[in-house]
Design a protein around this ligand. Structure first.
Ligand SMILES: [Zn+2]
Ligand SMILES: [Zn+2]
Length: 295
């Protein structure tokens, strides 16, 4: 999986930071989170086609998380993408969604599937699970947890050992066992189980009880860090997180990799963020626009 950072600014964009927008390559899908203002152009600068978007998740309807939505929807329509684009957001924000969807004149040439959400299970299949939880901000916010479930896969070394390929593999897959060159082979014996893989998205919120469950044992967590601890009073007042709080959540909940974003424009040089977290949680990535993070 690969996470493309398309914007890292909070409310105020700066010369080097566009407003929020994150593109996740997840299985065969492209998922866009929180298209802030300028998201469409950030795709172009990153060399990613917006036509890859299959789903859009919106955490909440503050402008820095959604003002780029009209441009993205109209771009997808202009491209006449063949896929139905699924759009998810907290149900309390439905009026804002419809206003953004109809923000200006255009001819819609694509299908949307709109999902106003309550906290809970969003989708579960044999391959994946999507969940959302309510966070603590000045307006209803959802955090998202995307899990790829363990899968059974043939071990290529084992297949090679028995000279199995093509239709024989298909038969073993279907029937579960196969008599092959005098040996009785089973699917289980020639397979391995992939590990669960979890991505969690935590923007915007103050420290709250819901965060540990949302990020627990995740392979990668993208978390807001609007402030540093020196501005804890502001973080508490506006229900945002400090970098130090985010790093402690990662350290205390078995997170593999923490990626920070959504910086207040008061911090011009992000080295100060690195210093703030390096002694709390080492595997923290202080994201900048156009970073790519594989996990
Ligand atoms: Zn924000
Ligand atoms: Zn917000």
């Amino acid at each position: 999986m690969k996470l493309h950072i398309l914007g890292t600014a909070a409310q105020l964009p700066t010369k080097s930071r566009s407003q929020n927008a994150y593109f996740l390559e997840w299985m065969e899908e492209g998922i866009l989170f929180d298209p802030g203002e300028g998201a469409q152009r950030q795709f172009t600068l990153a060399g990613i086609s917006p036509g890859r978007i299959r789903r859009i998740f919106i955490s909440h309807f503050h402008g820095d998380h959604c003002l780029g939505l009209p441009g993205i929807l109209q771009r997808l329509s202009l491209m006449e993408v063949p896929q139905t684009v699924k759009i998810y957001f907290p149900e309390e924000g439905a009026d804002f969604f419809h206003a953004l969807e109809n923000a200006s004149q255009y001819t819609r040439r694509i299908e949307f599937e709109v999902h106003p959400l309550k906290a809970g299970l969003v989708e579960e299949t044999g391959t994946h699970r999507i969940e959302c939880v309510s966070l603590d901000h000045s307006t209803p916010v959802l955090g998202y947890r995307l899990t790829l479930l363990p899968q059974e896969r043939f071990d290529p070394d084992q297949l090679a050992r028995y000279g199995l390929e093509g239709p024989a593999v298909g038969e073993l897959e279907q029937k579960g066992s196969l008599d092959w060159k005098g040996e009785h082979l089973t699917r289980e014996a020639l397979s391995y189980r992939t590990k669960e893989k979890v991505f969690a998205y935590v923007l915007d919120t103050g420290a709250c009880e819901a965060v540990p469950g949302l990020v627990r044992n995740a392979d990668c967590v993208l978390m807001e860090a609007t402030y540093l601890e020196s501005e804890q009073v502001l973080a508490d007042a506006f229900r945002h997180m400090t970098a130090e709080q985010a790093a402690r959540y990662a350290r205390d909940n078995g997170v593999q990799k923490l990626v920070l974003t959504h910086y207040s424009e008061r911090y011009k040089d992000l080295n100060i963020y690195q210093k703030a977290v390096e002694n709390i949680f080492k595997n923290t990535h202080i994201a900048q626009d156009f970073d790519e993070i594989e996990f």
